[in-house]
Ligand binder design. Structure first.
Ligand code: 5AD
Ligand code: SF4
Length: 475
């Protein structure tokens, strides 16, 4: 199945701008009724793509007259941007909806909306219609650009509004966005996924791969840089297959080279890479780049060839290790991180040993370990040999220990060196310190003034404390 060569839909953009004006009228009515500015609270579950979508939701909400709050209890509009990659995220949403129900009884004008991946599942919609009837608005991943219009419909109706699309070839960008950080930003370069790893629900809830036009991506980054952004994170479920089926095909490595040319931009990150699509061209571009950060997130998922095949990952353990070798030979200082699933159907403790062997050989800087979660509708959910919980737990605990030990060893490697850090925020525990991020994604805490936020400074990495450093700025 091909990608769509998706250009920004100008007509739709104009329509949504009209709906924003109309929505602002209703929010103003609410302001008069309350005698203060109405507050909205956007809560994000899940990945960086959802975090970026939430910035778009908040952009529209603030544009139409809401002020943002992080305190849900004081909000007049609450929206959950949900995730369904693993079941525990779903359970958290249901738990919190219980609280919202009682909140709404005390505050009848409170509006509650749900969106994101979880809403693309019919079973979820059925459950909300039946058990959470107080919810005002539900939409999915494909029509988030219609948020302003959906808000107007919500204000004009009493009953629950549900609008879920199965697919879309539309890409509507350039709506207002309220960025969480002034100095860094995510940018969607593609949507959806065509890989169909057998455990994963993403292709079903996010649809087929669609790449954005490179010109539009570059223009968006230029606008962000003009607005103070120095670091971008290019986002996609599988960025290595970016651009393959655009009208004028372009590789991800070529896109990166174009992004590199943008003056004023200091750092480039991207996420996520599928090992099967990571090209020699990309390694070469990274190696010679001055802006691409020395970090690669390269999900391995499992180490046993039998399990990798059942997962439909399309690489073997040996191929993955050879790829890591190639990357490390080209860039010895690169940080590698990964995702691992334990407990995939049929996985034995000796399969987990194969995963542990990969962790020992690769020496990841960090690894996100997940217990397999059965997702309705995926091929793995129908497999008969689901693994008993006690076996999963045993393998998981063993793996986690090795992950933590190897990560600790890797972390200490930079101690005593001077590295560039992007100053991000005031340290949460000690206000005299600032927190900065190194190119390899590790954090360092050092005494500095708040005025340096958003700037790159050279920092001496004095001491490693397991997963972070303390240090000081050198001139
Ligand atoms: N169960 C557990 N983990 C999963 N992931 C994706 N689907 C599942 C599932 N069904 C993990 C993968 C992926 C990360 C984002 O979430 O490791 O890389
Ligand atoms: Fe899911 Fe696999 Fe696509 Fe990643 S590459 S989103 S794990 S189907």
């Amino acid at each position: 199945m091909g990608q769509y060569a998706s250009k920004n839909d100008e007509q739709e953009l104009a329509q949504q701008q009209e709906y924003m004006k109309k929505a602002a009228f209703y929010v103003d009515g609410l302001r008069q009724q309350l005698g203060r500015q109405p507050l909205c609270c956007v809560t994000t579950f899940g990945c960086q793509m959802n975090a970026r979508d939430s910035e778009k939701l908040l952009g529209i909400l603030t544009q139409i007259g809401y002020a943002a709050t992080e305190v849900e209890a004081e909000a007049d509009f609450v929206i959950y941007n949900t995730c369904t990659v693993r079941d525990n995220a779903n359970q958290r949403v249901y738990g919190r909806l219980g609280f919202l129900n009682s909140m709404k009884r005390n505050k009848p004008h409170l509006k509650v909306a749900l969106c994101g991946c979880m809403m693309q599942e019919q079973t979820v919609i059925d459950k909300i219609r039946k058990s959470y009837r107080f919810v005002d608005l539900i939409f999915g991943t494909h029509n988030i650009f219609k948020f302003a219009q959906l808000l107007v419909t919500m204000f004009e109706n009493q009953e629950m509004i549900v609008d879920i699309w199965q697919e879309t070839d539309q890409i509507v960008e350039e709506l207002p966005v309220s960025r969480k950080y002034s100095y860094k930003s995510g940018i969607n370069i593609m949507f959806g996924c065509n890989n169909f790893c057998s455990y994963c629900i993403v292709p079903y809830v996010r649809g087929r791969e669609r790449s954005r036009d490179p010109k539009e991506i570059l223009q968006e980054i230029e606008r962000l840089v003009a607005d103070g952004v120095v670091e971008v994170m290019l986002l996609g479920q599988n960025v290595n297959s970016y651009g393959k089926n655009l009208d004028t095909p372009i590789t991800f490595a070529q896109l990166l080279q174009e992004v590199e040319q943008i003056e004023g931009l200091k750092r480039i990150r991207f996420m996520t890479s599928h090992p099967k699509d990571l090209s020699d061209e990309l390694i070469d571009v990274m190696k010679h780049s001055k802006k691409i950060c020395r970090h690669l997130h390269l999900p391995v998922q499992a180490g046993s060839d039998r399990i990798l095949q059942a997962m439909n990952r399309r690489y073997t353990k040996a191929q993955y290790l050879a790829l890591v070798d190639k990357i490390r030979t080209a860039m010895p200082d690169i940080a590698l991180t990964t995702d691992i699933i334990v407990g995939f159907p049929g996985e034995t403790l000796s399969d987990v040993e194969e995963t542990i062997d990969v962790v020992r050989k690769v020496q990841y800087d960090n690894a996100f370990t997940f217990i397999y979660s059965k997702r309705t509708g995926t091929p793995a959910a129908a497999m008969e040999n689901q693994v008993p919980e006690a076996v999963v737990r045993e393998g998981f605990d063993k793996l986690l220990k090795v992950v933590q030990d190897t990560a600790k060893e890797r972390a200490a490697l930079l101690q005593g060196r001077v590295m560039e850090a992007l100053v991000e925020e005031v340290n949460e525990q000690d206000a005299s310190l600032m927190t900065g991020r190194l190119s390899n994604n590790m954090l360092v805490h050092f005494p500095a003034s708040k005025s340096l936020i958003g700037q790159l400074v050279p920092v001496f990495l004095d001491r490693c404390h397991g997963f972070y450093y303390t240090g000081y700025i050198v001139e």
